[in-house]
Design a protein around this ligand. Structure first.
Ligand code: GH3
Ligand code: MG
Ligand code: MG
Length: 375
């Protein structure tokens, strides 16, 4: 709007006067009209722009809702998938948070402890295992929560009271250097353990059968020869003396012929007991033939071995068995061969020398000890 200044040239008048100003309303409204058109135009533009933005926002929201719903559905499906797998494996699987409260347990795990899913939810490990089992497991759990995976075997009592064996694996759930909890994987190895124990027992029995004489329980010839070979090899290295005794019962055939085979067997068993009682525990005593025994005296020089052989001969001579009213006693002959320290390399040679000495003892009239190399 234009402002015009009007100056009166002769304003001296005492009478009031009125100034009338008149404007063409078209001029006035023209201005308004221009503004209103502008305003309406701007509002329309704003409305169009807002609707556009709103439309775009709603589309984005619908898209992201769809995406969230899809992701949620995928998560539910994955959860179902994982549960389907874990619930159908015999391995017991659980997840414990770092305050040792249960966050997940599969069917096998719940069944092992006889618990329902509701009972398992957020249960503390101490409540689940009980004080004693918890005390045994706690060090492994602490180590796992410190980031070290654990693997161990454990005897556990089932809710029905029966004992079982678990092979247990604790795996730390580590993220960005922090352990948030731990997975527990436990495999029932009860059957495996039982089979393993049976197998070990069988191996032990087979080993015993292969190395022991069934009649007397002494070492058999094979075991004796193997041990003698080992000891000879050791002696060559450490230059230690050793000696071998061959012991043969005198006129043993008479026992069988007169009293029967059973009595002969009983006498052989009695002689075996005496031999074990008389010799040192480090000596190796074996039954190497029908009524022949052998002894390997470790770290023993010739004079000491000779004394031991004499002691043995006397002890065996006093070993008698009762047959009815009779007491049966027999003498033995002993051949001895010795090695001062690493001279002999072959067990057969040592055995041969002891046999020759035994032959000598028999030839000299029995009930005596003969040493190889001495007449
Ligand atoms: P010597 O040694 O004094 O020359 O006479 P011997 O009678 O002991 O000699 P021989 O070697 O001829 O006899 C050994 C006997 O031992 C023959 C066999 O009947 C008996 N014999 C061998 N093994 C066993 C056994 O396991 N049980 C019994 N009862 N007798 C056995
Ligand atoms: Mg004989
Ligand atoms: Mg004999």
């Amino acid at each position: 709007m234009a402002i015009r200044t009007v100056r009166f040239t002769h304003p001296q008048t005492s009478a009031p006067f009125v100034v009338g100003v008149c404007r063409d309303p078209d001029d006035v409204y023209a201005l308004w009209r221009k503004d209103i058109v502008l305003l309406v135009g701007m509002l329309a533009a704003l409305a169009v722009f807002s609707s556009l933005v709103l439309g775009l926002f709603q589309k984005w929201q619908r898209d992201s809702d769809r995406k969230i719903a899809k992701t949620a559905a995928a998560l539910v499906e994955r959860d179902r998938f994982i549960r389907l797998i874990t619930d159908n494996v015999p391995t017991k699987i659980a997840y414990w948070d770092n305050s040792l409260h249960c966050q997940y347990a599969n069917n096998a795990y719940m069944q092992w402890f006889g618990k329902t899913a509701e009972a398992m939810e957020n249960i503390s490990v101490r409540d689940l295992l009980g004080e004693e089992a918890f005390a045994r497991s706690e060090p492994y759990m602490r180590a796992t929560l410190a980031g070290e995976p654990q693997l161990f075997e454990r005897m556990v009592l089932r809710p029905d009271g029966s004992a079982g064996y678990n092979q247990v694996r604790y795996i730390p759930n580590q993220m960005n250097g922090e352990v948030n909890g731990m997975f527990v994987l436990a495999v029932d190895v009860t059957e495996l353990k039982r089979t393993q124990a049976e197998l070990e027992q069988r191996v032990h029995e087979l080993h015993t059968q292969a190395t022991t004489d069934a009649l007397t329980g002494l070492a058999n010839r094979r075991f004796f020869m193997d041990r003698a070979a080992e000891e000879l090899a050791r002696n060559r290295r450490y230059k230690q003396p050793l000696a071998m005794l061959m012991v043969d019962v005198d006129h043993f055939k008479n026992v069988n012929d007169t009293y029967g085979h059973d009595v002969g067997d009983a006498l052989l068993r009695a002689l075996a007991v005496t031999m074990q009682e008389t010799m040192r525990t480090t000596d190796i005593v074996a039954r190497v033939g029908g009524e022949e025994f052998a002894v390997l005296l470790l770290h023993t020089d010739k004079p000491t071995a000779k004394n031991a052989a004499e002691r043995l001969r006397e002890a065996l001579g006093k070993t008698c068995i009762q047959t009815g009213n009779n007491e049966l006693c027999f003498t033995v002959s002993i051949g001895m061969a010795s090695d001062a320290g690493g001279e002999l390399t072959s067990v057969d040679e040592l055995l041969k020398r002891a046999d020759l000495a035994l032959y000598q003892a028999k030839a000299n009239g029995r009930d005596q000890v003969c040493c190889h190399g001495e007449s």
